[in-house]
Design a protein around this ligand. Structure first.
Ligand code: PHE
Ligand code: ZN
Length: 876
């Protein structure tokens, strides 16, 4: 925690580093309470930064300084100064060797940045500004240096790892041992990593396109060694894919992944030594669900892809974070689409964007993909920087085409290899390689908020011409009242009455990407014998909201006929939105609820359609989540949302019972587990059917769930059945099943996390009282972010009904946990508080309760910079 009130950092204040570090030699003597760090830096005045020799400013947080030497001479304390942010040293010559010794305490480090202990193993997390918790250093991404690292540790830590290649190992006189690593690539400090522990490993190898052999290793605690195979397979697939699609090869002789139980995020791309949250790398069919298998494949690929988009070419400053994250998320999304179902992957990503990112863009923390300012950079690892940033890169891909985009990425990697650059450099490379002008497009990087497209159309029978009118607008966001028009690629198809794609131009193209660039614009098409039906924003070609006044019949028609799978799904979503909107209204007006028969019939025909990918059917059968409904609402009436959705689920389940049962039986197969797309698809539809069936609360349906739970040979089926029981079963049975499950799986950390989140995230089971009981469970640990996410996070983010209890006790509970967590782990506290920050969107009584709980956090004492930024901005 920082002492002074947090400062705001501005992009416009960026200055070149005053000094460069040509090489960094680190020496660690590991001790839980007193790890000694010796750092030897070759320092050189940056010629580009100006004349003279200003003091050398080094970042440092919570460090105990032991000594400072320059060129082998101890520097007297009068020549340097410990300042709040670190250390200031007087400089006399433009080039010198600096040696600093300091001490740190990994054991007391609960923030999980810098060097810390997790289940007895040492590990580091340096992005974004964690290296300053290890030693004094210019901790900024535009200072790149060649690192050599020596780790000295007692023998009970047999495995000692760092970045690059191992160059030496041996014993010390006092019976400890050491290993020295050298990373031949210059890198910023945020990519530094160190691991020491009693770890086992699985090993494999990979031959690159140019024929180089690379050793691949995954390290875990011994008990998890059987859960690495999927990650290893995913890694090899990712390496091949990056060669084929981007022409990028791996560049070191060894690539290591380490699984760590205590981790703030998903995983980290440290050069040659990726560190993963155990939950994002360990899996076996018995312990992990299909969703986890797919998440692991995506994250392993994501971190691997960073080796080029992030490490070889890195960020100049943290305002440019989306340069590496937006691009890399786009890369991993395309990889996943190639490995699995493209349409389903797109639907999942867009669902996430629409619920979470749109909410962020409409809330108090809204910021552009490239923010202009921050108090604490950790708060800007957001859906906007990651997911919207990926959409921005996807739009460039759409505008340039696959080939043009590849030319652009080749130029980008070529031009900037070994450099720390900006989003501007990325766009410029895309422009230069293709001879296009993306001036207006750049506004996607600087303007926050979700643009809205209002689309109307008209048809002239006499001439057979069709006109589409598009108006764009973007709501104000903090600090940005007025927005200039965006360049929006609007992918369009027009359908005939037979449901066929009509030619849109002379060339006979049946899909065009319309360049929407003005506040209002019309597009003309001709040669139609009747009024066509527009299929708008195909494949979700831009991160915007599209309003067009579709009738129910038109939506049903699109659901059946659109050649764009994404838009077929989206038509169903629009239909469901309309139906749920009506139900909410009726609920508020005290009317009897009745589900639109069109929706029932639409779902029935989807369920009966055997030509569709079952995974797509499962997506099409899913009603928009409560969170999505909340995001779409002008004002959130939590009770109406909950009741409307509950009613719709129940009504659909009753009406479709026979069809659901038929599909369930057909898809419930007794076959060995495989995480292949086709099998995942069948399981997802089967378990969707099971969940609907249980929503009837019929004894027969619950018995099916119980049987599936009792017999399941894989975690996907087991967890789906348990979730259905938890949501709809009777209390005694559920209690027993939960108990059985826990006894069977208490040895497995990841399964216990799943067990926690199934309960906390369930509106029916996860009452506030039960969630409090879970926090007292021996397996719960406030210092472990995964446990916090599984219990408190699942409650606040997924348990819409209990979190929004009308007495405000759900909010108060979360506020209390946030306060407690802030003392241990500010990053996690600042994330957990987010569901409390949207109080302005709620109906007045509930919104006021939410605001009060946020206020209680503010008043609770001195907050970390992380939490202070989020809470203070949300109370404004
Ligand atoms: N850079 C990581 C990723 O997205 C995320 C991360 C950020 C991990 C900060 C840890 C700390 O791949
Ligand atoms: Zn990333």
């Amino acid at each position: 925690m920082k002492d002074a009130q947090p400062n705001t950092v501005y992009l416009k204040d960026y200055k070149l580093p005053e000094y460069l570090i040509d090489s960094t030699k680190l020496h660690f003597e590991l001790q839980p309470k007193g790890t000694l760090v010796k750092s030897q830096l070759k320092v050189r005045r940056n010629p580009a930064a100006g004349a003279g020799l200003p003091p050398l400013l080094l970042d440092g947080v919570e460090l105990e300084l032991l000594s400072v030497s320059i060129d082998g001479q101890l520097v007297p304390a009068s020549r340097y100064q410990e300042i709040p942010a670190g250390l200031s040293i007087e400089v006399e010559k433009p080039e010198f060797e600096l040696e600093i010794c300091n001490r740190i305490s990994p054991e007391n480090n609960t923030s999980l940045e810098g060097l810390y202990l997790s289940n007895g193993m040492y590990c580091t997390q340096c992005e974004a500004e964690g290296f300053r918790k290890i030693t004094y250093y210019p901790d900024r991404p535009d200072v790149m240096s060649k690192f050599t690292t020596t780790i000295v540790a007692p023998r009970q830590y047999p495995v000692l790892l760092s970045n690059g290649n191992e160059i030496e190992r041996g014993a010390t006189e006092d019976g400890r041992h050491f290993v020295t690593w050298e990373d031949p690539f210059a890198k910023p400090a945020y990519l530094f990593a160190l691991v020491a522990g009693d770890l086992q490993r699985v090993e494999d190898s990979y031959t690159t396109a140019s024929g180089r052999q690379v050793t691949l290793q995954i390290y875990t605690e011994a008990k998890n060694i059987g859960k690495c195979a999927h990650a290893m397979r995913s890694l090899k697939k990712a390496m091949r894919w990056d060669e084929e699609v981007y022409g990028r090869e791996y560049d070191l002789d060894i690539f290591m992944i380490v699984a760590v139980d205590h981790f703030n995020m998903g995983a980290m791309e440290n050069k040659g030594l990726n560190i993963f949250n155990s939950a994002c790398v360990l899996a076996s069919p018995e312990t992990a669900t299909d969703a986890t298998f797919q998440r692991i494949e995506a994250i392993v690929a994501h971190e691997y892809f960073h080796n080029w988009s992030g490490n070889r070419v890195t960020c100049r400053d943290w305002f440019q974070l989306s340069l590496k994250e937006g691009f890399t998320v786009f890369r991993d999304a395309e990889f996943s689409a190639d490995m699995n179902s493209r349409a389903v992957k797109r639907i999942e990503d867009v669902s996430l964007l629409r619920t979470q990112q749109f909410a962020e863009d409409a809330g108090p923390m809204a910021h552009p993909v490239r923010p202009d300012s921050y108090m604490e950079i950790s708060n800007f690892y957001t859906l906007t920087v990651y997911e919207k940033g990926a959409e921005v890169v996807r739009m460039i891909h759409t505008l340039l085409g696959a080939e043009g985009f590849r030319k652009g990425s080749d130029l980008y990697f070529d031009r900037h290899d070994g450099q720390a650059v900006t989003c501007e450099d990325f766009v410029k490379a895309m422009e230069d390689a293709n001879g296009v002008d993306l001036t207006q497009f750049r506004r996607w990087y600087s303007q926050a908020g979700t643009p809205v497209l209002d689309v109307t159309d008209s048809y002239d029978e006499a001439s057979g011409s069709y006109t589409l009118t598009v108006r764009q607008s973007c709501p104000p966001t903090p600090g940005q009242k007025e927005k200039l028009p965006f360049h929006i690629p609007l992918a369009l198809g027009l359908l005939s009455a037979e449901g066929k794609d009509l030619p849109l131009d002379e060339a006979g193209n049946t899909q065009l990407v319309l360049p929407v660039t003005e506040a209002e614009q019309t597009f003309h098409f001709s040669g139609f014998a009747e009024k066509p039906l527009p299929s708008l924003l195909r494949g979700f070609s831009a991160p915007v909201k599209v309003r067009y006044d579709y009738s129910s019949e038109q939506l049903l028609f699109l659901m059946r006929n659109d050649s764009d799978a994404f838009n077929r799904w989206d038509a169903g979503q629009r239909l469901a939105f309309a139906a749920l909107g009506q139900l909410q209204k009726d609920y508020r007006n005290g009317k009897t609820l009745q589900l639109q028969p069109e929706l029932v019939e639409a779902y029935r025909s989807v369920l009966r359609n055997r030509d569709l990918d079952p995974a797509l059917v499962a997506k099409m059968l899913a009603l928009p989540s409560e969170q999505t409904l909340a995001e779409e609402a002008e004002r959130i009436d939590a009770e109406a949302i909950i009741e409307a959705r509950k009613f719709a689920r129940h009504a659909l389940a009753e009406a479709l019972k026979e069809d659901l049962l038929e599909s369930y039986r057909r898809l419930h197969k007794d076959k060995p587990y495989s995480p292949e797309a086709a099998d995942i698809a069948e399981r997802s539809l089967k378990n969707t059917c099971l969940d609907y069936l249980c929503a009837t609360e019929d004894a027969d349906a619950l018995l099916l769930a119980q049987q599936q739970f009792d017999k399941a040979a894989n975690m996907t089926d087991c967890a789906a059945a348990l979730a259905a029981l938890v949501n709809y079963g009777n209390e005694t049975d559920v209690d027993k099943s939960l108990e059985t499950f826990y006894e069977r799986w208490k040895v497995d950390t990841q399964v216990v996390e799943l067990w926690f989140s199934l309960q906390s995230g369930s509106a029916r089971w996860g009452t506030l009282e039960r969630v409090q009981t879970l926090m007292a469970h021996p397996a719960f640990e406030l210092k472990n972010p995964n446990k916090v996410r599984a219990v408190i996070g699942a409650f606040a983010n997924r348990n819409f009904a209990q979190f929004h209890r009308t007495d405000g006790s759900g909010f108060e509970f979360v506020a209390q946990q946030v306060i407690a967590l802030d003392k241990l782990n500010p990053q996690i506290a600042a994330r957990l508080v987010i569901p409390l920050t949207r109080w302005k969107k709620y109906s007045s009584a509930l919104g006021e309760k939410m605001r009060q709980s946020l206020e209680s956090v503010m008043q609770s004492g001195k907050l970390s910079a992380d939490l202070y930024e989020v809470v203070s901005k949300s109370l404004q």
